[in-house]
Design a protein around this ligand. Structure first.
Ligand SMILES: NC(=O)c1ccc[n+]([C@@H]2O[C@H](COP(=O)([O-])OP(=O)(O)OC[C@H]3O[C@@H](n4cnc5c(N)ncnc54)[C@H](OP(=O)(O)O)[C@@H]3O)[C@@H](O)[C@H]2O)c1
Length: 202
């Protein structure tokens, strides 16, 4: 049994990840203080450092947080770009950058991206761009990780559980059950792969 910090556990992707992590001890973390074992803001370096120090020993971090702004490219402001970059891109890079100082030997980081960097749709340029950045990050940073630490990303299509929110934006896409995406998180945490983008598509 591993001790896993699951960031964003109450979100739709967090709930999907949980279905694949049942045999482990899960420590939940997220933005709202009363909903999680530990509060964390992934856009704050100090908050991430405090999370890792407060938790102590852990074998894996699974992150399912990456807040994105949606707008047409011609209308998207720098502020909207920066808030997406600070969360989905730098937030996740900092989870690994700071977390590698604290995680157990042979530990793993699993990050979240999403299908829109390979199958673009309108309004999603910031999500697609930062997902592509994180997919590239995991492929390349894996070569630099110390102490046998692994890093992968999960790149799923839309969840059945989120189809009511995103379905209208995504004509021609087929949603997948959270349980299937949970298997991808399980492969990342319990397998030996590293530097991999694990795609889950219908
Ligand atoms: N839903 C899908 O079908 C789908 C498919 C592919 C990829 N994705 C990607 O998965 C990620 C999560 O999507 P979701 O649908 O699960 O979103 P969601 O249901 O809105 O959940 C978002 C979670 O993020 C937490 N959060 C937000 N900002 C935070 C911060 N700064 N620090 C820490 N926690 C923070 C929220 O915490 P609180 O509970 O405290 O508010 C919540 O638990 C996104 O990057 C999305 O692009 C989603």
């Amino acid at each position: 049994m591993k001790t896993i910090i699951l960031i964003g556990a109450n979100g739709k992707m967090g709930q999907a990840a949980l279905t694949g992590l049942g045999k482990h001890k899960i420590i939940t973390a997220g933005r709202s203080a009363d909903s999680y074992d530990f509060q964390v803001d992934i856009t704050s370096e100090a908050s991430l450092r405090k999370l890792y120090e407060d938790v102590g020993h852990f074998d894996a971090v699974v992150n399912t947080v990456g807040v994105c702004e949606y707008a047409n490219f011609t209308k998207m402001t720098e502020e909207q770009w920066m808030s997406t970059i600070l969360s989905k891109m730098m937030g996740q890079i900092n989870i690994v950058r700071i977390g590698q100082e604290y995680i157990a030997d042979k530990g793993s980081f699993t990050l979240i991206t999403g299908i829109l960097n390979t199958k673009p749709i309108p309004f999603a340029i910031a999500d697609a761009t930062t997902s592509g950045a994180i997919d590239t990050f995991v492929k390349c940073v894996a070569f630099e990780m110390p102490r046998g630490i692994r890093v992968n990303s999960i790149n799923p299509t839309v969840l059945e559980e989120a189809w009511d929110v995103y379905g209208e934006m995504m004509p021609g896409f087929e949603p997948v059950p959270g349980k299937l995406v949970g298997k991808a998180f399980e492969r990342s945490v319990d397998g030996f792969i590293t530097g991999q983008v694990i795609f889950v598509d219908a």
